[in-house]
Unconditional design. Sequence first.
Length: 289
Amino acid sequence: MSTRVALCLFRGLLGLLLCAGCRSAAESPPDAQMAADAQMAPDGGSQAQILEVFFGLDNALPMMANFLCPGGAGMDGMPVTFSRRIGVDNPEASAFRVTTRSGLVRTPRCATLRPALGPSKRHTVLLIGDFGDDPADPPARVELVGSVPLLSGGDASGLSSDRVTPLSQGPELRIAYRYAPTALAGSSCPTTTRQIVQLTWAGGVRSSTGGELGDEARTRMRVTLSTGAAVTPVALADLGDNDNYTQLCLDIDTPAESVTLEAGVAIDPRGDANPVTSIRVTADPESVR
C-alpha cells in the first residue's frame, strides 16, 4: 500500500471514530434545547469542563484503527469534548478512567486529538479501548485521574462527567465561536465573508446522503444575530478533513448570537440523524495562534 493511500485511509478512520451519537433532543422544542446547550457551552471563564462524552463504537473499530492505536482494531471508540483546548496531541491514556454502569473500571488503550489539530480546534480527545458493552454494561462515567495539559495553561486533571451519551443517539452541537475572517486565515469561506461561526460537534458528521455537508444542509441552518434577525450561511467551510468542526460563512457584520439546525441535517456513521440542535454563539475565550 502506498504512503498516500495509507494516509487517506488513516484520516478516513479518524473521521469515522470521531462520529459518534450524542444525547437526543428529538422530542424537545428548539428553545428548550438551546437553553440546555447554552448551559453546557463555554462561558468565557478559565475553568475547563467536559462538555460531552460519546460511546461511539462498541467492539467495532476496523483494522485500520491499528494505524492510530496499535491493537485498537475491534475495540471501542469514545470521543470526549472539552470546553478548553488540549495542549498535547496524544494525552497519556492512563490519565483517563472509564467506569461502566456495573462499576467496572477501565483504562483506555490510547488517547488522541487527531485529526482535529488546527489552531482553532483541539477540543476533542478520542479514547480507544474496552469501555463496556451496549446495552448490558455501557460506560457511565469518565474521570481524568492524571495530567492532561490545557493549551492556554492549567490542566484538565480532576475533571469528570457521568453524562455518557448512549451508542444509538444522533449528533448535536457543543461549541460555537465567532471569528473575523482574518482570524481563521486558512478558511475556505468566500471572499465576501464578514464573519465565521465555527461549530464543534460532539463527533464528526456527514450529510444524510453520506458525503460532506453541503447546500442541502446549509439551507437548514439558521443563525440568529444580535438584532434578532435570522439569516442562512452563504457557504459552509472546513469540509473534507474528517474532523468534528464545521464553519458557517456569513456575509454580514452583525454579531451572530445563536445557531439552530433542523433535525436530519447530519448523521453519524451509524446513520443516526441529529435532532433539532441549537447553541449559543460566543467569542473564542482563547487566542487562536
